[in-house]
Write a protein that binds this ligand. Structure first.
Ligand SMILES: [Zn+2]
Length: 132
């Protein structure tokens, strides 16, 4: 698929790395909890386990949210529109952006006056969904 305009990446790799570290730490603390349990220290064992489970749940929740946002970003590709104008009679033709379109490119002759038409604008429509 062609990407005429670069989509902004809002999720930083640093954030993902931090989340991954937290995830690993929580798994590690669950292991520590197990270890404490096995060696007879039930109290610190359960503390470690609760701590580990909570951070695991939290970080996976954030990761889930981030992933959802990535998916949403990937799915909502903004439509790019090209406007073709006949300078002689003013006939305007709006269609989807096609590969190779650029501003002031000569297009096919005008169906009305047979004058060459020009691309006058290329723009992307940003459709923002508002939450109620
Ligand atoms: Zn025309």
């Amino acid at each position: 698929m062609s990407e005429p305009f670069a989509t902004q990446k809002k999720i930083s790799p640093i954030l993902l790395a931090i989340l991954l570290i937290i995830l690993l730490l929580s798994v590690f603390s669950i292991f520590l909890g197990f270890d404490a349990y096995l060696s007879g220290d039930a109290e610190s064992g359960s503390t470690y386990m609760i701590l580990g489970a909570t951070t695991l749940a939290l970080s996976s929740y954030v990761l889930f949210l981030t992933r959802k946002r990535i998916l949403k970003l990937a799915l909502t590709t903004q439509p790019v529109t090209t406007t073709i104008l006949c300078e002689k009679c003013g006939l305007k033709n709006v269609r989807d952006f096609q590969r190779g379109d650029y501003i002031f490119k000569d297009m096919e002759p005008c169906p009305k006056c047979k004058e060459k038409m020009l691309i006058t604008s290329i723009y992307s429509e940003v459709k923002e969904k508002r939450r109620k």
